[in-house]
Design a protein around this ligand. Structure first.
Ligand SMILES: Cc1ncc(C[n+]2csc(CCOP(=O)(O)OP(=O)(O)O)c2C)c(N)n1
Ligand SMILES: [Mg+2]
Length: 533
C-alpha cells in the first residue's frame, strides 16, 4: 500500500479534518462503517446521536453556533430518510450542512437489498441544495470541496453526497490539501448604487431598515448602528435578524414585522432598505412588505433579489461589505421625522397585543431574560412560548437565537442546542421547547447527559398541542387530536441521568436556570402556566 493510501471512507475524514472539521454527528451502520475507520485517526470527535434526525439537527445547531459547516455521517436508505427533515430545515434557514452517506453499489438490477430505496439521491435532493453521487475518490473530493467553497461564497444551504459502499472500501490516495477560499465578502459591484442610496437616505424624512438573518453578524451590527444613527433611521429586524440592532437603539421597532400595525409604519417610510432577508412568509406573515416608496434590496443570493417585493434597487452583495461601503459613503448626520417616543409607544402597544394573543408567557420571558448571561445562545422549538418570545425578547447581539423558521419542524430545539453546546464549549446554551415537540427528539437527552453539557431545557407544558388547538378554535373546528398523554417529564429526564426540577414560581425558575447553566449535565426545567401562581 503506497504511503498515504487508505480506504476512501477513511480518507474522507482526513480530508474533512484538513478543511477544519472538528466534529461529525452521525450514526454508523454496516453500510457506512468505512467512513468510521478514519474519524479518530484524523483527530475528529464523533457525536453519536440516537436518531439521524437528532444528528442532523445537531449539525444544524453546531453550524448556527460556530458559523462552520455542520457535518453528518449516515447510512443508506433509512439513515438518509431520517435526516431529510433536518436537511429541509437547514435548506430553508440558510445553514451550511453537509450530509455524507453510503449508497448501494447497484440498484436497478438487484431488488430487495438491505436499506434499498428506489432513488435515494433524488429523494435527498428534494430537501437540499444538491445531492450528488461520487463514484470515484476524485469525484468525492471534488464534491466535498465544491460544498465547502459554496458554503463560504454563496448563500449557505444543506448538501448531500453519497458514495457507493464498494467505493468507500477501495483504497484511495489522500485528497489534495485544502485550497484557499476567499472570504466571500463580495462587495457591491457598483459604487454608484451605494452613493445613490446614501443620497436618498440623506434626503429622506423617514428612512427605514430591515435586517434579516443574512445580516446577523457582529460586524454588520456595528456598521448598522453607525448608519442608523447617522440618518436617524428606524429599524425592524426579522426574527432571525434579532440582535443586529441592540434594544437600546431608540428607533428600533423590534422583530415585529408580523404585527398588522407594522404595515402602517412601513407605509410611512420614504426609503426602505432590506439587508439580508428573503422576506419569506415566515418573516412577514403577509405577501408584501407594505412599502410605498423606493425599496433597496441587498442580498448575496440573486434568487432573493428576483422575488416579488417590488424592489426598485436590487443590489447583490455580501451584507457586511455593503454596510461597510454604505458607512464609508457619507459622514454627515441627518435629521429624520421618526421620534423615539412614537417608537416606544408603538412597541408597547404591540407588546400588549402579543401578550393578549397568548396570555401568560410574556412575564416568564421577562423573568428568564433577566437572568440569562449575555452570551447565551438560545434554541427554540415550535411552541407558543417561542412564538411570544420571538417578538418580546430583545436580543443584545446577533446570531444568538436559533429557531426552525422556514421548514418549521417540531423537535428541533433539543438536538440543535446539543450541537450548539458542542460547538461552543463552556459558553451558555439554553433550550425552549413545548411538551409535544419534546417527544420528537427527547432521546437525544441521552447525548447531552453523556457529554455532560450544562444545558437548561425549559419544557413549556401546557398539556396540549396548544397552537393547533387555538388554530382549530379560530377555524371553528371542534378541537380534536390536540391532547397527548404526557409522561412524568421529571422522572423521564432523571431516567436518562439528567437533572430535573419543577419550579413553582418565577423566582424559583430563575434560580433553577441559573444553577442549570453551571451544572454537570443537562437540567430539564419543567414549566407549566402555574409558575405564575
Ligand atoms: C414535524 C412537524 N409535525 C407537525 C407540526 C405541526 N405543529 C406545529 S405546532 C404543533 C403543536 C406543538 O405542541 P407543543 O410542542 O406542545 O407546543 P404548544 O403549541 O402547545 O406550545 C404541531 C403539531 C410541525 N410543525 N412539525
Ligand atoms: Mg404544548
Amino acid at each position: 500500500m503506497a504511503e498515504n493510501t487508505r480506504p476512501l471512507g477513511a480518507q474522507i475524514s482526513h480530508m474533512l479534518k484538513d478543511r477544519d472539521v472538528d466534529v461529525i454527528f452521525g450514526i454508523p451502520g454496516v453500510h457506512n462503517q468505512e467512513m468510521y475507520r478514519g474519524i479518530e485517526e484524523a483527530g475528529i470527535t464523533h457525536v453519536l446521536a440516537r436518531h439521524e434526525q437528532g444528528a442532523g439537527f445537531m449539525a444544524d445547531g453546531y453550524a448556527r453556533a460556530t458559523g462552520k459547516p455542520g457535518v453528518a455521517y449516515v447510512i443508506t436508505g433509512p439513515g438518509v430518510c431520517n435526516i431529510m427533515t433536518p436537511m429541509g430545515q437547514a435548506y430553508s434557514d440558510s445553514v451550511p450542512m453537509l450530509v455524507i452517506s453510503s449508497c448501494l453499489d447497484e440498484v436497478a438490477a438487484r431488488r430487495g437489498q438491505l436499506h434499498q430505496m428506489k432513488d435515494q439521491r433524488a429523494a435527498a435532493e428534494t430537501v437540499c441544495d444538491w445531492s450528488e453521487e461520487a463514484r470515484t475518490p476524485d469525484a468525492a473530493y471534488q464534491l466535498i470541496d465544491r460544498a465547502f467553497t459554496e458554503f463560504v461564497m454563496e448563500r449557505p444551504r444543506s448538501k448531500h453526497i453519497q458514495v457507493p459502499i464498494a467505493v468507500l472500501q477501495d483504497d484511495a490516495p489522500l485528497a489534495k490539501p485544502r485550497r484557499y477560499v476567499s472570504s466571500g465578502r463580495m462587495g457591491p459591484q457598483d459604487d454608484a448604487a451605494v452613493k445613490g442610496l446614501a443620497q436618498a437616505l440623506g434626503a429622506a424624512k423617514r428612512p427605514l431598515f430591515v435586517f434579516g438573518g443574512g445580516a446577523a453578524t457582529d460586524q454588520v451590527s456595528s456598521a448598522a448602528l453607525k448608519v442608523l444613527q447617522r440618518y436617524e433611521a428606524a429599524a425592524f429586524t426579522t426574527y432571525a435578524g434579532r440582535g443586529v440592532v441592540a434594544p437600546d437603539y431608540p428607533l428600533l421597532f423590534g422583530a415585529t414585522l408580523a404585527r398588522d400595525g407594522s404595515l402602517d409604519v412601513i407605509a410611512q417610510a420614504d426609503v426602505v432598505v432590506v439587508v439580508g432577508s428573503s422576506l419569506d412568509e415566515v418573516d412577514i406573515w403577509r405577501a408584501h412588505l407594505g412599502h410605498d416608496c423606493p425599496l433597496y434590496r441587498v442580498d448575496i443570493d440573486p434568487e432573493v433579489l428576483r422575488d416579488g417585493q417590488d424592489a426598485s434597487h436590487a443590489i447583490q452583495s455580501d451584507c457586511q461589505a455593503f454596510m461597510d461601503a454604505l458607512e464609508g459613503a457619507d459622514a454627515q448626520s441627518h435629521r429624520s421625522d421618526w421620534t423615539a417616543s412614537d417608537v416606544a409607544a408603538t412597541r408597547a402597544r404591540w407588546r400588549a397585543e402579543t401578550d393578549a394573543e397568548r396570555p401568560g408567557i410574556v412575564p416568564i420571558c421577562d423573568a428568564l431574560r433577566d437572568i440569562t448571561p449575555p452570551d447565551t445562545m438560545i434554541y427554540s422549538d415550535m411552541t407558543q412560548f417561542a412564538y411570544v418570545a420571538k417578538e418580546v425578547w430583545d436580543m443584545d447581539r446577533p446570531g444568538h437565537w436559533h429557531h426552525p423558521y422556514g421548514f418549521g419542524t417540531l423537535g428541533y430545539a433539543t438536538p440543535a442546542a446539543i450541537g450548539g453546546a458542542v460547538g461552543r464549549p463552556g459558553k451558555p446554551t439554553m433550550v425552549i421547547i413545548g411538551d409535544y415537540g419534546f417527544h420528537y427528539t427527547m432521546q437525544e437527552l441521552g447525548v447531552a447527559v453523556e457529554l455532560e453539557l450544562s444545558l437548561p431545557i425549559i419544557l413549556w407544558d401546557n398539556g396540549k398541542l396548544g397552537e393547533i388547538e387555538d388554530s382549530m378554535v379560530r377555524a371553528q373546528i371542534a378541537p380534536n387530536a390536540v391532547v397527548a398523554r404526557n409522561p412524568d417529564f421529571v422522572k423521564l429526564a432523571e431516567a436518562f441521568g439528567a437533572r430535573a426540577v419543577a419550579p413553582g414560581s418565577l423566582a424559583e425558575l430563575q434560580a433553577a436556570v441559573t444553577v442549570a447553566f453551571s451544572a454537570k449535565g443537562p437540567t430539564l426545567i419543567y414549566l407549566t402556566p402555574a409558575v405564575l401562581g
